[in-house]
Design a protein around this ligand. Structure first.
Ligand code: TXA
Ligand code: MG
Length: 332
């Protein structure tokens, strides 16, 4: 049985005890909920991969209470890493650094690098400090599915598979952390997030190189990821009406997910319309809950229009394109 408890002081103590004995605890971060295990306990890490249904060669992010602990796990910290850490930690950023041999191969998926993150969420901070060690935590969802931004979503995904869910309410950012790879010659954004390319450029004094070297080991770069059960199709505003009529004629239950209400006149009222907010921060915050709603409504397909791609919009468009990506045999 999976317990869901408000993330108060006694729940934090219990969560740390569970981690110490090799159990699995979901906890809120400012980005999305994480599924935590003791990063130095190999049986716990194996249980973590099993609960997520995630292939063993996919690396997971190691969460630390503060930036000073990075030296315990990184082989070296380039000057750019120190600048980025000073600017954005604690916060929604993960740095990929060359690792030392204290880091388990299960955490890194056998790579010679490790992804490190110092979250700012008070519950994540309290848990890391109480546990007093690194916590390996992928997003708290089954592999390939939409990340969770509320405790109830984690329960839907992982009920019976993990020990405890710390309920800390809704995650503020709503999208996973920005991942910056500093293990190569040039800093590269592997996954866009709330720490935007412009913010990184301001700190480094030059632009990081473009995004997603499509290594299948970075699960966020697999074609279909962050996906609801319903199919997702990207459309332009002009296509909304014709495409939804076409799909309706073939008997499918349709959701339209858009920021563009003025393109919805004359839409058939059997079609579910889910309006997205205009402000990018609000849209990022709501996005995964809206994708889950598409499934809860029993829709076969969601027709989605994309917001503008600059700033945080890059991360939003990235996730929507992945949700719409081709599904492999093992997709949900
Ligand atoms: O916001 C987040 O980052 C959340 C919260 C819980 O911290 N975590 C998260 O973890 O999204 P996950 O495992 O779902 O996604 C982490 C991504 C994966 O695509 C993984 O392959 C990549 O980070 N990653 C981890 N370590 C890496 C490494 N050494 N090199 C390249 N990619 C790495
Ligand atoms: Mg994930």
């Amino acid at each position: 049985m999976t317990k869901v408890v408000p993330a108060d002081a006694s729940a934090i103590l219990e969560a740390a005890r569970i981690l110490r004995r090799g159990g699995l605890v979901a906890f809120p971060t400012e980005t999305v909920y994480g599924l935590g295990a003791d990063a130095e306990n190999e049986p716990a890490l194996r249980a973590l991969f099993a609960a997520k249904g995630r292939p063993a060669d996919h690396p997971v992010i190691m969460h630390l209470a503060d930036a000073s602990q990075v030296e315990n796990y990184a082989a070296d910290i380039p000057a750019e890493g120190r600048k980025l850490a000073a600017a954005f930690w604690p916060g929604p950023m993960t740095l990929v650094l060359r690792r030392n041999n204290r880091v388990s191969n299960l955490v890194t998926g056998g790579l010679d690098t490790v992804g490190l993150r110092v979250p700012v969420h008070p519950v994540a901070q309290a848990l890391l400090r109480e546990f007093a060690g690194p916590i390996a935590a992928p997003s708290a969802n089954r592999f390939g599915r939409v990340s969770c931004t509320r405790a109830e979503h984690v329960l839907q995904e992982l009920d019976g598979l993990i020990d405890l869910i710390l309920d800390g309410g809704e995650c503020e950012v709503g999208l996973e952390s920005t991942i910056i790879d500093l293990s190569r010659r040039e800093p590269a954004i592997l996954r866009p997030g709330a720490v935007t390319a412009d913010m990184i450029t301001n700190v480094l004094g030059h632009a990081p190189s473009g995004h997603s070297i499509a290594s299948p080991r970075v699960s966020g770069s697999l074609p279909s990821h962050y996906a609801p059960t319903a199919r997702v199709e990207i459309v332009t505003a002009d296509q909304i009406r014709s495409r939804s009529n076409e799909l309706r004629a073939s008997g499918q239950k349709i959701a339209i997910v858009t920021q563009l209400p003025h393109h919805l006149a004359d839409i058939n009222d059997e079609i579910q319309v889910l309006l997205l907010p205009d402000a990018p921060e609000k849209l990022a915050h709501d996005l995964y809950a809206v994708l889950r709603r598409v499934d809860d409504l029993g829709c076969d397909i969601a027709l989605v229009t994309l917001p503008a791609e600059h700033g945080l919009g890059w991360a939003i468009v990235d996730r929507l394109r992945r949700a719409a990506g081709p599904r492999g045999d093992d997709s949900p």
